[in-house]
Design a protein. Structure first.
Length: 381
């Protein structure tokens, strides 16, 4: 019997969510409206955040955050190169300079001790990434930022449901979640920026909707004043109610999804333990709750005799999809040609960039799927 292809990721969308989408489509109000307002409230309740702003993507959130903080030419922004390209592209497009920080070789987290030497008088912002569903060591990075009067925007694209020392990511500070279809919950495309800074929240709400001095949807008037004026030039990054209603249903299931992910991830750990050269990421030692967004292994070809790209191709041939999170940004063509950071400068990032591979992980897969995948891994190496 042939097996169905096991994709690297697959969203779990319930029939209720599908029916709710149909209801929104029939309602006559399909763009930003009551469902966005409700989704923002639900995100605040779930994370403990003071303000939540629903957006068309996490990238949109980073764009307006950089704009609100006035990041521009002459400014330096410290972020890992081991991240999704969107953050670095936006820093570059703002005319500022991305300053790449190396990461912990086994957790892929940026650490305060590696950030501190990169701080100059031009440093305006640190963008740490909560990687694969675990949190960065926030206390240390916050202390450092406070000491040098630098802002932090947490890239929490992987971290909905993640906790750091007993508190949800997003509870304090400013963080951006992504709801792209591979994330732990999805709105098809979408993101949310949460912040405990009311002034920043007001700015972000304006920037996300043309710079008008009103929200895209006002809860009290159940609409928005057509007379609203532009207070600052802004963008159009609001989430639609069609997306938001999916988000409401997804968020209600998040804990269940994440607990399934944790079980699957434990099964991978158990089976991969005996396979030399297939090295799963480590979980940070400090107190945290992992959202197990990605199950990443490093394929050490010195031991396996098989390089990562071949490993991924061979898995595909036997019906297993994989992902790559991420090729280090400074190794992409544009940054190879335009960045002062070159291969050799970030040894731990580069070692991982050449070897990482994300194995299938999504709530609807089974332990039996993992038995099959690991069996195939054994055969390949
Ligand atoms: C670490 C990280 N940051 C930012 C983003 C951007 O998210 P979005 O696709 O919602 O714009 C992603 C998306 O994959 C990501 O993985």
């Amino acid at each position: 019997m042939t097996r169905d292809f096991i994709p690297f990721s697959k969203p779990s969308i319930s029939e209720e969510a599908i029916n709710a989408v149909a209801e929104v489509l029939r309602s006559g109000w399909i763009t930003t409206g009551p469902n966005c307002a409700r989704f923002e409230e639900d995100i605040c309740r779930y994370t403990g955040a003071k303000n939540a702003i629903a957006l068309s993507s996490a990238t949109a959130g980073m764009h307006i955050a950089l704009k609100a903080l006035n990041i521009g030419p002459g400014d330096e922004v410290i972020t890992p190169s081991m991240t999704w390209v969107s953050t670095v592209n936006l820093i570059e497009l703002a005319g500022a300079t991305p300053v790449f920080c190396d990461v912990n070789k086994d957790t892929l987290m940026v650490e305060a001790k590696d950030i501190e030497p990169l701080i100059t008088e031009k440093t305006k912002l640190i963008i740490p990434v909560h990687y694969a569903g675990a949190p960065v060591d926030l206390d240390k990075i916050r202390r450092l930022a406070k000491k040098h009067k630098i802002k932090i925007i947490e890239d929490a694209a992987h971290a909905i449901g993640t906790e750091y020392k007993g508190e949800a990511i997003g509870r304090h500070g400013t963080a951006i979640f992504s709801f792209h279809p591979i994330k732990n919950i999805t709105t098809c495309e979408g993101g949310v920026i949460v912040t405990d800074d009311d002034e920043l929240a007001t700015q972000l709400k304006q920037l996300k909707f043309h710079g008008l001095g009103v929200d895209a949807f006002d809860r009290e008037t159940q609409g928005r004043a057509p007379q609203a004026e532009v207070l600052t030039p802004g963008y159009k990054y609001n989430m639609t109610d069609v997306s938001a209603v999916i988000g409401i249903h997804q968020l209600a299931k998040l804990d269940k999804f994440n607990s399934k992910r944790r079980n699957l991830s434990k099964h991978y750990n158990k089976l991969l333990k005996d396979i030399p050269g297939i090295i799963p990421l480590e979980h940070p030692k400090y107190d945290h709750k992992h959202a197990t967004h990605l199950y990443i292994v490093r394929v050490d070809d010195n031991i396996t005799g098989v390089e990562r790209n071949t490993f991924m191709e061979e898995l595909k041939k036997v019906g297993v999809g994989t992902g790559l999170h991420f090729k280090a940004v400074h190794l992409h063509k544009y940054y190879r040609e335009n960045s002062t950071t070159q291969r050799g400068d970030l040894p731990k990032t580069e070692w991982n960039s050449d070897r990482i591979c994300s194995l299938p992980l999504f709530p609807d897969m089974t332990l039996d799927d993992i038995d099959y995948i690991v069996d195939k891994i054994r055969q390949i190496i």
